[in-house]
Ligand binder design. Structure first.
Ligand SMILES: [Ca+2]
Ligand SMILES: [Ca+2]
Ligand SMILES: [Ca+2]
Ligand SMILES: [Ca+2]
Length: 322
């Protein structure tokens, strides 16, 4: 487990902090994957239509021949150690027999749980092309509409994986994309400490606020006016900027003919949450907790109330537990 992180003191001081961290770094990092040992190492394919293998000389993402000229994707990725501050990535890439239709370098930030991408020029088919990209905002790194210098500075302090994203050419023949000499340069940090998850003290993790462009939001506010507060949307895992995304439960009586087995209560769930189901016989009297410690099974949970087998009317509430 990693228990240390770089202190973040807010956007305006991020650059100064970065400099300070570099000054106190104990050693440089300069590691290259050559794949000359026949092993894939800690590289893997993510959201991948390709098979990742080692040819004995380089890493290959192989897309099988297909019947229709469809586009397919692969992110060949590798984890980055938490103590490493990455400053530069370089590699060689070959496409055979055709150039990919799109290629990019990806960085994933543990801080915001977001991906930054740097679009790359696709190589001339057949030849090994060299790429060398600084982890520097001026290189054109993008987080879509949420791109900003300040976000970049904060996010790159805590990169947990990097990857090469490729979209295969839309031909029907087999496509092979090779990666070699993937070099990570940076600093291994020694004096890193836990950052506050909630530096602005509003009770909501800042990374979640950042992801939804609501940094420093009023927890009692309702940014999308859907009736759920921003705090409640964080608790439930719904989107605080989309009024169609709300915490909604549904219930239906469940039959296994001819037996009435109860009422199934369903709701959208997210990771790391547990839930309680409350039950009442009308909407006006208090509900009693019927079941607790229901662990999440994302994206949806279902709880079967096997005591609701008679013809009564029941009302249910579901709450997110602390
Ligand atoms: Ca090699
Ligand atoms: Ca906060
Ligand atoms: Ca809302
Ligand atoms: Ca919402």
């Amino acid at each position: 487990m990693r228990d240390k992180r770089i202190t973040r003191v807010g956007y305006t001081t991020a650059v100064l902090l970065l400099m300070a961290v570099v000054c106190h770094a104990a050693e440089t990092v300069d590691e290259t994957d050559t794949w000359d040992d026949g092993l894939v190492g800690d590289w893997d394919g993510m959201r991948s239509d390709a098979v990742i293998t080692n040819t004995g000389n380089y890493l290959m993402a192989k897309f099988e021949a297909q019947l229709v000229p469809d586009y397919e994707c692969c992110i060949a990725w590798t984890p980055i150690d938490h103590s490493v501050l990455v400053t530069r990535l370089s590699f060689r890439f070959q496409a055979d027999p055709r150039a990919p239709s799109e290629m990019a370098l990806y960085l994933h930030s543990r801080h915001s749980d977001m991906i930054w991408q740097k679009q790359l020029e696709v190589p001339v088919p057949g030849s090994w092309e060299s790429y060398d990209v600084a982890i520097d905002f001026s290189e054109g790194w993008s987080r879509g509409p949420m791109t900003s210098y300040e976000r970049f500075q904060n996010d790159v302090l805590d990169i947990d994986w990097v990857g090469v994203f490729v979209v295969r050419s839309a031909g029907t023949e087999e496509m092979n994309y090779g990666l070699d000499d993937f070099r990570v340069q940076g600093w291994r940090l020694t004096d890193i400490v836990d950052p506050p998850d909630d530096a602005n003290g509003n009770g909501i993790p800042d990374a979640w606020e950042d992801r939804h462009d609501l940094l420093g939001t009023d927890p009692d506010g309702d940014a999308d006016e859907d009736g759920m507060s921003n705090y409640a949307e964080w608790r439930a895992g719904t989107d605080p900027t989309n009024d169609l995304s709300r915490f909604i439960i549904s219930a239906e009586s469940r039959m296994q003919e001819p037996v009435d087995v109860g009422v199934a209560v369903q709701w959208d769930s997210i990771r790391y949450r547990s839930y309680s189901v409350w039950k009442g016989t009308n909407l006006f009297d208090s509900f009693t907790r019927h079941q607790q410690n229901i662990f999440c099974t994302p994206p949806q949970n279902e709880y079967l109330d096997t005591t609701a087998t008679n013809s009564g009317t029941y009302f249910y509430r579901v709450t997110v537990e602390d």
